[in-house]
Design a protein around this ligand. Sequence first.
Ligand code: ZN
Length: 465
Amino acid sequence: MSQRTTTPLISHSGQVLSRAVTFQFALDLNSEQRVLFAKCAGARRFTMNHHLARVKENLEVRSTEREVLSASGDTCEPSTPSLSWSGFSFINEFNAWKNGASEDSPVNEDGTRGLAWRHELPGDVFECASVDAARALENFSASRRGERSGAAVGFPRFQAKGKVTPSFRLRNRATSGTAPSCHPIRFSDPAHLRLPRFGQVKLFGPTRKVRRMIEAGRFHIYSATLTQRAGRWTVSLTGVAAQLHQDERSRTNRHAVPVGVDRGIISLCVAADANGVLTQSFEGVKTLKQAQAKLKVANQALARTTPGSKGRQRARGQLAKTHRKVVNTRRYLVHQASSALVDQCQILVIEDLNVAGMVRNRHLARSISDAAMGELSRQLLYKARWHGVEVRVADRFFPSSKTCSGCGEVRNDLDLSTRTYSCGTCGLVIGRDLNAAINLARWQPKEYSPSTLLDPTRVPLLSTA
Ligand SMILES: [Zn+2]
């Protein structure tokens, strides 16, 4: 079943599930499970590469044939047919190939045909990898046809061991409406998740919320993605949940006028309405700075080690761990801010971030605020949808920090180190972030449309009709 279902799922308790939700937990695996997980990640790479190689070869053969034909003045199509790139045909092709039913199936030493180690792993690993290969190719072909916005996507890269994040996916193949206790992926107790073919896997952290949602039929797991980052395996349970309660979606006690949210450099972000009321600043930058400083130390330690040595391996592990900590800290702090904002405001105005310009930024304070703001927009967009809050995205060229909120004068000489905005025309002296937040709150969309400028890509859009 696809994640991007357009008809909502009905749970065993009759709930309409249409809100895309993901829960993530760190896993505590035993050594046997670690080996098996690594094998599955390897099988995913293997399967994806199998498809990419087939498609690449097919494209090359056809292109050569076309050249030969055009050299002889012929305009007919190459004789080699093009391959179907659908996930469905990829699954069928790979199943036949690995089970020994296809002409080019591998032949083993004992004369049997088919992939020798196929029974060691859940078949789902191969099928999901086939779907992923098809999806990567679809992105490539949409980009080639000019149907995809953003940077051009090249032919998908081959999955090299050590270069890609080890990961694989399992589906929760349950029929609509069946009780969660019969599902292949389910919680067997508060600390254990049951995965098909793997049995019990131990989880870290509180699972009460997700278990209660599943039991009440308010959340259904579509799939579990297992990923290894910085040496630790995590599981992401992706699925659909019931909409929040109507009271939550149409609350009357929220701030009714637009509230601007600006990136802070001393605080995480500052929120204010057009009159400067509801000034809220969210702290946390200090914590992020400390985490970032540790990252620098870990980076330097890595640089001092010899390539290929045990010490380098250790330093790399330490760096990855520190990095994970920075990301987690940021996510946690930003979650607090985004929840508070959708809780208190009905209309939020944020700036459109120039993501490309954000990537390389040597200014530490700036890069912290960029990263935090990127995460904040992402969270605000999906939480706003859950809670029925509107998010407007001011266009990229709106001079929110350079405009005086007192008289509208635009100062072009404002650099990043200036923490206070003082206006030479009307004499207003105001905090830089607050000034920008007020200007954002006053921003008027030229053509009114609810924000679609920022793409909340990590949250698949589901029909809520
Ligand atoms: Zn002024």
